[in-house]
Ligand binder design. Structure first.
Ligand SMILES: [Zn+2]
Ligand SMILES: [Zn+2]
Length: 345
């Protein structure tokens, strides 16, 4: 089969190669990949800025149909439409595995960097990590179940958005657009911010998605808007998805006393200078959000099925595996939101 392989350590070194179709161990299923999303971490692996174990097939956001069943697989049949959690190689014995938090298992090696991923015609997954794609949700939409589950964990799992809350989402990337939609579905009044480079696509899509206030920070001061909207009090919840010093400090400035900051964005490398004392004086809660768990996936798929979360406007292009470089370039340019590879057109 064809697979997009990071062949060694260094910048670039990504090639579409003919690789053996994987074989199945007991409990595993072979999934024919129908759509796979390009994530920021795939771009980081391309640029050698994220951990990986080469040679490895990239890609972890995917949807597909079961093509074959290994021995001892129960409850699944060929042709089932599925997505899968990424906790492969979790040990099953540690504190985190035994308390439903396999995403924190120190032995976890997820597809797309730790083991072979989804930018290929087929991927193997343990059957206990699968979820059914609800009827009415297409493969391209279901390929966004993974980032959606991350946003669900942040806003609904770690977060507490109540009707009428003023919620600010800093950063209009895929996770930001998903968090904004979830906050709105909880009855929040939602502000999303981005920069000049986000104006034409990401902020435009935020507007199409019906987010209440879409702010280009090169044209308007979001702090003044939050002051206005809250009568000077500040935001009830701030979701930080950009992971840069400017927005992390904005989160602390914007949140109201005793408000909640949800930390989702991951800063690249550098240590961040944070106005910690201001956060202390506000008595703010800060919750760090990482990865996703079983209930996040079930909620995410339910919200995709009911239309509470719309992902179609976030998909800018479908590409054959052969055209992977174009798809990577679209995401790297910041002009795309989510590009999908379609390995079995
Ligand atoms: Zn991802
Ligand atoms: Zn474990």
């Amino acid at each position: 089969m064809k697979g997009l392989v990071k062949v060694g350590r260094g910048v670039g070194l990504v090639e579409l190669r003919e690789v053996p179709t994987p074989t199945l161990a007991p409990g595993e299923v072979l999934i024919r990949v129908k759509a796979a999303g390009i994530c920021g971490s795939d771009i980081h692996i391309f640029h050698d800025q994220f951990p990986y174990h080469p040679p490895v097939i990239l890609g972890h956001e995917f949807a597909g149909e079961i093509a074959a069943l290994g021995s001892q697989v129960q409850g699944w049949t060929k042709g089932d439409r599925v997505v899968a959690e990424l906790h492969t190689r979790a040990c099953g014995r540690c504190r985190y595995c035994r308390t439903g938090s396999q995403h924190l298992c120190p032995e976890k090696r997820a597809p797309g960097w730790g083991i072979d991923g989804a930018f290929a015609e087929y991927i193997v997954m343990p059957s206990q990590l699968l979820h059914v794609i609800p009827a009415g949700v297409s493969f391209p939409e279901a390929a966004l179940a993974e980032p959606t589950a991350i946003a669900v964990q942040a806003v609904l799992g770690k977060g507490r958005v109540q009707p009428g809350d003023l919620v600010v989402v800093l950063g209009p990337g895929p996770i930001g657009l998903l968090c904004a939609q979830i906050a709105r579905s909880c009855g929040g009044k939602v502000v999303i911010t981005g920069t000049e480079r986000d104006r034409d696509t990401r902020l435009a899509v935020a507007g199409q998605l019906g987010i209440d206030h879409v702010v280009d920070t090169s044209l308007a001061d979001p702090l003044l808007l939050i002051q206005d909207l809250s009568g000077g009090a500040g935001a009830d919840v701030v979701v930080e998805t950009a992971g840069v010093a400017a927005t992390i400090n904005q989160a602390i400035q914007m949140v109201r006393p005793q408000g909640l900051i949800l930390a989702v964005g991951i800063p690249e490398g550098e240590k961040i200078a944070v106005d910690w004392s201001r956060a202390v004086f506000k008595g703010a809660d800060v919750r760090f959000c990482f990865s996703s768990t079983f209930p996040d996936w079930e909620r995410s798929l339910a919200m995709l099925a009911t239309g509470q979360i719309a992902v179609k406007p976030m998909i800018n292009g479908l590409f054959n595996l052969e055209d992977w470089a174009q798809a990577f370039a679209l995401i790297t340019s910041g002009k795309g939101i989510k590009a999908l590879l379609i390995p079995n057109p």
